[in-house]
Ligand binder design. Structure first.
Ligand SMILES: Cc1cc2nc3c(=O)[nH]c(=O)nc-3n(C[C@H](O)[C@H](O)[C@H](O)COP(=O)(O)O)c2cc1C
Length: 333
């Protein structure tokens, strides 16, 4: 297993952090811990496993996030995921969508800490890799002090290796999942207090972390920070993770150099029948304040969706971007 720590994690995001996205993110940072989208136990047990949870070994360290509330099913899925090679198994106790509420898992489990403890204990008994939980501060009219404390005690007693806390409540009725990521107020101080009350438990703070400077500030209070939307929409930020948070060299001198390194993967995937845009859509935010960034996006959005589009479209799109680190050096030479 690749050694990892949780100082910087890229959040699980449905329909966003698929295997192509994760491969791309891994080019930008060798150290961040990256998460899959949530996969339900039903899907893992009955679906096309290779398609649902298969991943490229280059993605390590990578955690799978499971959604479910049946300890036996979760234990079985954890075992399957460990055999696939995942480095960590995470249980979703934060997703507020209606579909999830019908299944009685996700955020509504905030009201059932004892059951979450049983789930964690069952998964722990099934695998050797760490089992972690991602939760909210509470749901609906729960008191966030008591609800988060009860959840923490239960998962610590069950042997969870870390707790990721999305630092806002979820409102189970009346808000869409998207609103539930924006409307309930953030309370980072509550997560700091949690860490102070449980110094031995690795605590990862999530929610509203927009840049690495903010991440570094949170790291003075907690063990790890999880970035979601900022990492996805502005993946160029990930290139600074290794030098700024881990004291390690950046994998590439520039976002353009990282994208160029993705071309071989794109060629391989397109040859297997993957549509270019399934990969390229994750790159749209790669360039920031760089001449040609808009032309790059437009080229991918227009040419990348055409049938038969392949790595050449990405190569042409990249040629539209001035890479301050390499192109200027070449111009000067
Ligand atoms: C498109 C999208 C999909 C998400 N899917 C999941 C998911 O599958 N599991 C989960 O625990 N959280 C999911 N989330 C929530 C994020 O993991 C994270 O908790 C949330 O976006 C707050 O972090 P941020 O402010 O850094 O984005 C999703 C968020 C987004 C934007």
């Amino acid at each position: 297993m690749t050694p990892f720590d949780r100082r910087l994690c890229v959040a699980p995001m449905m329909e966003w952090t698929d295997r192509h996205c994760r491969f791309f993110h891994r080019l930008l940072t060798r150290r961040a811990l990256i998460y899959t989208e949530m996969v339900t136990t039903g899907a893992v047990l009955r679906g096309d496993r290779e398609r649902l949870i298969g991943f490229d070994p280059f993605e390590h360290p990578v955690a799978i996030q499971l959604g479910g509330c049946d300890p036996r099913a979760l234990a079985e899925c954890a075992r399957i995921a460990e055999n696939f090679g995942y480095d960590e198994i995470n249980l979703n106790v934060g997703c507020p969508s209606d579909r999830v509420q019908e299944g009685r898992f996700g955020a509504c489990l905030m009201a059932e800490p004892a059951l979450v403890g049983e789930c964690v204990a069952a998964m722990r008994a099934a695998v050797a890799v760490p089992v972690t939980v991602k939760c909210r501060l509470g749901v609906d009219d729960q008191d966030p002090e008591a609800a988060l404390e009860a959840m923490t005690r239960s998962v610590v007693a069950a042997g969870a290796a870390a707790l990721v806390v999305h630092a806002r409540k979820a409102w189970l009725k009346g808000l869409s999942p998207r609103q539930n990521r924006e409307v309930p107020p953030l309370d980072h101080a509550r997560v700091y207090r949690l860490k102070a009350a449980h110094p031995a438990l690795p605590v990862v703070l999530n929610g509203g972390v927009g840049d690495l400077a903010a991440a570094a500030r949170h790291l003075e209070h907690v063990d790890g920070v999880m970035m979601g939307r900022a990492a996805y929409h502005e993946p160029w930020r990930l290139l600074a993770v290794d030098p700024e948070l881990f004291g390690a060299p950046a994998p590439f001198v520039s976002p353009k150099a990282a994208a160029a390194a993705l071309l071989a993967y794109v060629e391989r995937e397109c040859a297997r029948g993957t549509r270019l845009y399934a990969i390229a859509r994750h790159l749209l935010g790669l360039f920031h304040a760089v001449p040609g960034a808009r032309a790059f996006r437009r080229h991918l959005a227009v040419e990348g969706v055409k049938s038969g589009a392949d790595a050449r479209v990405l190569r042409d799109a990249l040629a539209l971007v001035l890479d301050s680190a390499t192109d200027l050096a070449q111009t000067a030479a």
